[in-house]
Ligand binder design. Structure first.
Ligand code: FAD
Length: 542
């Protein structure tokens, strides 16, 4: 059990004001979460501050693939493909219930991005760079084999396909499990705590931060020797607070995904396909839905109030209807969606799809270290680079610290060992649900969200209502869920993948949040209004 309860939040805020941290990490996305775990495991006393909820930013709104990025190979970004490609297997090993092997189909079509030879060589190089071996190595399929593999594909322009290995995940859950693991190892982490400004000493070096508690609008200060900003798309805003925004800056690229019921697009498997305009797009079946994305356009909106346009949805509908014309998917079929922002490092003269996804570190004279760019998949390596830098500084002051060993730190207390164990566990959870007369098709949701922790949630329940109560209680007491949005969006992914369950679940979840966190009627109805606003944002297109 992780002692990471939202009920302790006020107490944690009290104690950290009297402490001095080695390191404060700004931003609770995958990058900040990775840094928190790496730094804590090496012996640094570390605190993470997140202005909204953990994974509120890009890290709950990606394509949710742990992938090498076939596209980057085409841009000859060999180093990136090698690094993130290798990381896939490592991240899978750390959380096999959450990072699942996912075979990807790459249909080869007339006048498409890849011809047969280019796909064959490209995928071989892709496997080679990532060190893929055995049955996971790519195979090339004939037109007939491709049609068997995915019967819904349009056949008139089809020439065959590449079939290769990737992994898929839930980005927000991965971020949460990283933070929980760090907390188990002694880290502190707080959501709804926004870094407002920096505190400097007489030599103009940062010695701490002033923080707003966004839950009650109070402010407090915390001291730290080193500061890392992992604020994703907000990195430049933080650099501005430090008066150090100079040289390279961020380029914000917006990416939208749409979600349709699985019955409307019953793909047998995931694919990465040529859209009507020559771009490449993913379609990924996931339990009761299939999602399609992504767009890639320059962002001109407020980072904290993204909306999805009818034009963006129509574009993605055109993409999927181009390859699966028989499905005739329309705007009314779209049951959910999400929009995220890629924090890319600007490269003058290049558009969003051409800019490299590699990460970069900026260091200000005042001591602010910022990291931006990169991929979900490469979070562990990004963390290693930043923490190496901090450790080097700390060691010059005579403190001895460990080398990075996050490739061996499993992300659950009693982790499932591998995919085989994860699928056996899934079977046992189906049986457990069955024995309690609960629908066994809930097993996928519970196992892939919570891994071995699913057992504890289900064992405490004997009806759908008590199951939901146990889940909400678990998210509050062990995953720091503070609001209804934290629960419905980032701890459970329901807003995106199970939006049809929210109305029925809401009264029960509200009751648990009131009991556990003492919210009065006004507070809980404000939270419900905030949830309804999120539901509107993912279902009503402007
Ligand atoms: P974020 O997740 O945005 O985290 C930054 C956090 O900082 C935010 O939560 C924010 O609230 C917080 N913050 C900001 N200001 C403050 C402040 N003042 N005080 C405290 N906290 C603050 N990568 C992959 O590997 N695979 C994919 O399939 C993939 N698909 C993608 C699809 C799309 C559409 C997009 C947009 C990106 C995709 N990526 C993918 C890239 C990946 O999602 C990002 O690289 C990654 O999530 C960035 O994480 P981050 O932690 O750096 O930023």
């Amino acid at each position: 059990m992780t002692n990471f309860s939202a009920k302790d939040r006020a107490q944690i805020i009290q104690t950290i004001q009297n402490e001095a941290f080695d390191l404060i990490v700004i931003g609770g996305g995958i990058t900040g979460a990775g840094i928190l775990l790496d730094a804590t495991s090496r012996g640094l006393k570390t605190l993470l501050l997140e202005k909204k909820d953990f994974a509120y930013g890009t890290s709950s709104r990606s394509t949710k693939l742990i992938h090498g990025g076939l596209r980057y190979l085409k841009q000859f970004d060999i180093q990136l493909v090698r690094e993130v490609g290798h990381e896939r297997a490592t991240v899978h090993k750390l959380a096999p219930h959450l990072v699942l092997p996912e075979k990807m189909l790459l249909p080869i079509v007339e006048n498409g991005t890849f011809g047969k030879l280019a796909a064959s060589i490209g995928l071989k190089v892709y496997d080679f760079l990532a060190g893929v071996s055995g049955d996971d190595r790519r195979i090339m399929l004939s037109k007939k084999e491709t049609m068997e593999q995915e019967p819904l594909l349009r056949t008139d322009i089809l020439k065959g396909a590449g079939y290769y290995a990737e992994y898929r995940t839930d980005d927000a859950r991965l971020t949460t499990e990283l933070i929980k693991t760090a907390v188990r190892m002694g880290a502190k982490a707080l959501n709804y705590t926004e870094v407002e400004s920096f505190i400097y000493n007489g030599s103009n070096k940062i010695t701490g931060v002033r923080v707003t508690n966004n839950n009650d609008n109070t402010q407090f200060d915390v001291k730290a020797s080193y500061l890392v900003s992992a604020a994703g798309p907000w990195v430049d805003l933080i650099r501005k607070k430090d008066n150090s925004l100079e040289g390279k800056h961020l380029y914000h690229a917006k990416g939208v995904h749409i979600v349709v019921p699985f019955e409307r697009l019953p793909l047998k498997q995931s694919m990465y396909f040529d859209a009507h305009d020559g771009r490449m797009v993913f379609a990924i079946p996931r339990d009761k839905v299939t999602y399609i994305g992504t767009t890639d356009t320059k962002l001109d909106e407020n980072l904290d109030a993204l909306r999805i346009t009818k034009e963006e949805v129509t574009y993605l509908l055109d993409c999927i209807n181009h390859v699966v014309p028989s499905s005739k998917i329309e705007m009314k079929d779209v049951i959910s969606s999400w929009a995220g922002v890629r924090p890319l490092i600007s490269e003058p003269g290049k558009g969003p799809s051409e800019i490299s996804r590699k990460d970069e570190i900026f260091e200000s004279e005042q001591g602010l270290i910022s990291i931006a760019g990169g991929k979900l998949t490469g979070y562990r390596k990004m963390a290693e680079k930043v923490v190496d830098l901090v450790v080097e500084k700390v060691q010059t002051q005579g403190k001895s610290l460990k080398n990075c060993y996050t490739s061996t730190i499993a992300l659950l207390e009693s982790p499932l060992k591998n995919s085989k164990e994860a699928s056996l566990f899934l079977k046992s959870i189906k049986a457990l649900l069955d024995s309690k007369n609960l629908p066994s098709d809930l097993a996928f949701y519970y196992v892939h969200n919570y891994g071995a922790q699913a057992k504890k949630i289900i064992e405490a329940s004997d009806s759908l209502e008590t199951l939901l109560e146990a889940e909400a209680r678990f998210c509050i007491q062990e995953e720091f869920a503070l609001t209804l949005n934290d629960f419905f969006i980032r701890r459970t992914g329901r807003l995106y993948f199970y939006i049809f369950t929210i109305e029925e679940a809401l009264p029960i979840v509200k009751k648990v949040f009131q009991q556990e966190l003492g919210y009065d009627a006004t507070a809980i109805s404000e939270q419900e209004a905030a949830l309804r606003k999120e539901i509107e944002a993912v279902t009503v297109f402007i």
